[in-house]
Design a protein around this ligand. Structure first.
Ligand code: BEZ
Length: 235
């Protein structure tokens, strides 16, 4: 790949670009090796840096929760494999942060020294850094389609509760053919029907007490937290 070659960044709704990579957990094929699961592919600027360390400890501590929601985590930076291994070992052996200690990062961390994957996914942002990937997050669904993309600058650590909320919200939207309003959490009212087909919501509201329409374009209904989680989470 030529330096400075401009590559179209994948967008929401696109198939996630395919790649094979060396990781701390062996070789992976992405997204083909993740079919049937959601996956979060996320980049970080560099190993042995404090914000990234806090992020990895937090994500690793939440891995079981994401796994329960059928979602696998895959990290990436443009550092090499031995740097990754040494950094993750240091995290486990030395870093205690916000009650987290002895944290083992079990999900794969991709080495991307050539920046091939980072460039393919638009994780390099020269205005921010020409040598480091920014903090990008790609949500890929079980069919290998990119469903959401979030970017953060180098100085800003991600909010992992929000990543989990976004994952559950997208899964809920798929499972119940609804949309989720601002700040939605499982158990909150959902929007019926999804944006773009609101006209039918009022028609379908007749006799459906659980649906509340404020106007033709804004109808909500209740789906209990238990109903959502029963459908989404692995038993
Ligand atoms: C950090 O993770 O602490 C960091 C990485 C690159 C630039 C600035 C901060």
């Amino acid at each position: 790949m030529e330096e400075n070659q401009i590559i179209a960044m994948p967008r929401i709704g696109d198939p996630a670009p395919e790649f094979r990579a060396v990781t701390t957990q062996g070789e992976i094929n992405f997204p083909s090796g993740y079919k049937g699961s959601w996956a979060i592919l996320f980049s970080h600027p560099a190993d042995f840096t404090p914000v990234c360390t806090s992020e990895f400890m937090t994500f690793a501590s939440l891995e079981a929760k994401f796994e329960e929601a059928n979602c696998k985590l895959v990290g990436l930076s443009v550092d090499g494999l031995y740097s990754h291994i040494a950094w993750l070992r240091t995290i486990k052996e030395k870093i205690e942060y916000k009650g987290m200690k002895d944290v083992e990062v079990k999900f794969p961390l991709i080495e991307d020294i050539t920046m091939e994957v980072a460039k393919k996914y638009g994780m390099m942002m020269p205005g921010e850094s020409s040598t480091k990937a920014v903090r990008a997050v790609f949500f890929v669904d079980p069919k290998g389609i990119i469903r959401a993309i979030i970017y953060y600058p180098l100085s800003l650590g991600r909010n992992f509760d929000e990543l989990y909320r976004a994952l559950i919200a997208m899964q809920t939207a798929d499972a119940f053919s609804i949309a989720t309003p601002a700040d939605w959490q499982p158990g909150d009212d959902v929007i019926v029907p999804p944006a773009g087909s609101c006209g039918s919501a009022k028609d379908r509201m007749e006799g459906k007490e659980e649906m509340k329409c404020y106007d033709w374009f804004f109808c909500t209904k209740k789906i209990s937290k238990e109903t959502v989680l029963e459908k989404i989470l692995k038993k």
